[in-house]
Design a binder for this molecule. Structure first.
Ligand code: CP
Length: 324
């Protein structure tokens, strides 16, 4: 794996999940990252991604540098040919090249503006780092995807699943803010690569990008969709069709104990942070059905598996260069 910016960078999903689960059981710190540095740049806040990735890197023996981009550092210009007379003091061309001197892997979090679909889908921040950095780049959640979260989610389902083909439902929930589609996009993408019966349920107007959901069944009746579910992933997202808009805050979609009763005693998932009694009711989050803490715990091992893969590939590429 050269970069991990999208799920298609994983060529052997099952093997990577197995490896992440093995890393979870392991008690030893590895040596592969010794003398190597992970640099993380956050354009947006984070609790889990920041700390689990730092822990993952340290478990591999890496050093870690973290920066809140824009507030701690100079504001970055991404436009090619820009006359830099605004508040943006540094161009990505220099910034990425300089960071590549200090870091062996650069990881970036950059959320969408949710105003201009085309602009967000261009993934300017992430793709600029890929273009101008000379080291591998990892996506810590971008405008359209959160592949580290998705790998964790797939790992958690694999860990808990007791069936040949479990039913997994991604269920939209109300939220006071407009949120990106990154987490549901990546979850929908990764579920299509697992042996699961995958269904999405959301109100009219909230269908995700059809290029991502492809042939997945989208049911607008939540009760019907939840029937016999073994796993329910609850998540809010803003409208894709009416891009970035909040069309509804319908509390009938809040995942409650009544909704849980419609399922096959489902495990309830969420990427966190979660708005209690808005997205998921206390009675569910505080029940044995909730696996959100286990899910967040798995973030470390999914990140560790990804960073390890990247480091291994770098070692292999170096050895090939030596032997050529
Ligand atoms: N799930 C997730 O990405 O959490 P943070 O935003 O806290 O990193």
């Amino acid at each position: 794996m050269k970069n991990y910016t999208e799920l298609s960078d994983i060529k052997d999903l099952q093997q990577l999940i197995t490896e992440a689960l093995e890393l979870k059981k392991s008690t030893s710190t590895l040596e592969i990252g010794k003398g190597k540095t992970l640099g993380m740049l956050f354009f947006n806040p984070s609790l889990r991604t920041r700390l689990s990735s730092e822990k993952a890197a340290k478990l591999l023996g890496m050093e870690v540098m973290v920066m809140n981009a824009g507030s701690d550092s100079w504001k970055l210009e991404f436009e090619d040919g820009a006359v830099m007379d605004s508040d943006k003091a540094e161009h990505i061309k220099e910034a990425a090249a300089v960071l590549s001197q200090y870091c062996d892997i650069i990881a970036v979090r950059a959320f969408p503006d949710l105003k201009d679909k085309e602009k967000d889908e261009a993934e300017t921040v992430l793709n600029s780092f890929k273009k101008f950095a000379s080291v591998p780049v990892v996506n810590l959640e971008s405008a359209t995807g959160h592949p580290l979260q998705a790998l964790t989610d797939a790992m958690t389902i694999s860990e808990l699943n007791k069936k040949d083909k479990p039913k997994v439902v991604l269920s939209w929930a109300p939220h006071p803010k407009t949120l990106p589609q990154s987490v549901p996009n990546s979850f929908a993408e990764i579920m299509q690569n697992l042996d699961v019966d995958f269904v999405i349920t959301n109100p009219e107007g909230y269908d995700l990008n059809p290029k991502i959901t492809k042939n997945v069944s989208v049911i607008h009746d939540q009760a019907e969709a939840l029937k016999d579910a073994d796993f329910v992933y609850v998540k809010n997202w803003s409208s894709y069709e009416n891009y970035g808009q909040k069309l509804s805050e319908d509390r009938n979609w809040t995942f409650s104990a009544k909704k849980l009763k419609l399922t096959n005693n489902a495990k309830v998932m969420h990427c966190l942070p979660v708005r209690r009694n808005m997205v998921i009711a206390d009675e569910v989050l505080d029940s044995e059905n909730s696996v959100v803490i286990q899910q967040a715990g798995n973030r470390t091992f999914a990140a560790q598996a990804v960073l390890k893969r990247i480091l291994e590939e770098k070692v292999q590429a170096k050895d090939l260069g030596k032997n050529a």
